[in-house]
Design a protein around this ligand. Structure first.
Ligand code: F6P
Length: 348
């Protein structure tokens, strides 16, 4: 389909981990669609909803009052329809039986990876990038990231006062999968004394040296931010378990606890660990994420109307542009190391 006005009915789904800003996107898609006479069907629970044909009609009333709400009114899952041929068949069949002209998939690497494969099979899909991790290529930022960073920054602020009172080392473990974006942004904003990211192996001697340097100049506390995907030199990921999700990703988390133990043993300073976990994904989106989500939602409907399937809306500088969805999921957008060099000035 390419003609703009022939789109009458579209589906929208949210897949993968939830993140603040999803509801503003859904609201924007519905509001813009209604304005131009397109009917919107909400598909529940990510790709699972298309497999099970679980849907909900979306109109102005159903998206009223959701702008400020975290999570997603459509719910989500990490279902991968490419896991089994019968799941994929169901997706294709239900797309037809629901009478959809196009689909808007809101998600990260995995959800958009599925979307871009479906486009090759003739299903008209456009993508909206979502992840707190900010690790999607072809876009400067994803919504959810700013909220996660602000939550982590506020936590670091709070940890400062208790760390200082007790002369303790505080290790703060943040999310981000295999990219250090949240760690570096939250670390710089929160004034961390050391930031450890997946892009660089952890050098424990360097960590301890920074702590000692602070003590020498009279600071008896330190804040160490560690990204969940950071690894020790020549080490393995430290994972709570080795469970894999439907897309084959290992569940991360646990590095903070191990690191805190090593720091305490090596420096002799009392050390505590805080794992921020899913708190970073919960609650109300920041103004930045609400605005970005709204802009993405409106532009996604424009892409559908222009027949630009296989494309993803993206933030480039302060402009919303259309980029290739396939390229966006091709490789991870790892940390811009010039940011790490800025953070490094404040270590120790
Ligand atoms: O991708 C977003 C993210 O929050 C990662 O930062 C984290 O590793 C992962 O999802 C956690 O996933 P789950 O919701 O399955 O615990």
């Amino acid at each position: 389909m390419s003609a703009s006005m022939s789109v009458k009915k579209i589906g929208v789904l949210t897949g993968g981990g939830d993140c603040p800003g999803l509801n503003p996107v859904i609201r924007a898609i519905v509001r813009k669609s209604v304005l131009v006479g397109i009917e919107v069907v909400g598909i529940k629970n990510g790709w699972k909803g298309l497999v099970d044909k679980e849907t909900v009609a979306l109109d102005i009333q159903s998206v009223s009052g959701i702008l400020h709400r975290g999570g997603t009114i459509l719910n989500t899952s990490r279902t991968n329809p490419y896991k089994k041929p019968e799941l994929l068949e169901a997706v294709k069949r239900n797309f037809k039986t629901l009478g959809l002209d196009a689909l808007i998939a809101i998600g990260g690497e995995d959800t958009l990876g599925v979307a871009s494969k479906l486009v090759k099979e003739g299903i008209p899909v456009v993508g909206v990038p979502k992840t707190i991790d900010n690790d999607l290529s072809e876009t400067d930022y994803t919504f959810g990231f700013d909220t996660a960073v602000n939550i982590a920054m506020e936590s670091i602020d709070r940890l400062h006062t208790t760390a200082e009172s007790h002369h303790r080392i505080m290790v703060v473990e943040v999310m981000g999968r295999h990219a250090g974006w949240i760690a570096v942004y939250a670390g710089i904003a929160g004034g961390a004394d050391m930031i450890l990211v997946p892009e660089l192996p952890i050098d424990i001697a360097e960590v301890c040296a920074a702590i000692h340097k602070r003590h020498k100049r009279g600071k008896t506390f330190s804040i160490i931010v560690v990204a969940e995907g950071a690894e020790f030199k020549k080490g393995e990921y430290v994972s709570q378990d080795k469970k894999l999700d439907a897309f084959g990703h290992v569940r991360l988390g646990g590095i903070g606890e191990v690191l805190a133990g090593i720091i305490e043993e090596k420096t002799g300073f009392e050390t505590r660990v805080t794992v921020l976990g899913h708190v970073q994904r919960g609650g109300s989106p920041t103004a930045f994420d609400r605005v970005l989500g709204t802009r993405f939602g409106v532009h996604a409907v424009d892409l559908v109307r222009n027949g630009e399937f296989g494309k993803m809306v993206s933030l480039n500088g302060n402009k919303i542009v259309a980029v290739s969805m396939e390229k966006a999921v091709e490789k991870l957008k790892t940390l811009d190391m010039s940011l790490y060099e800025i953070a490094r000035i404040f270590f120790g």
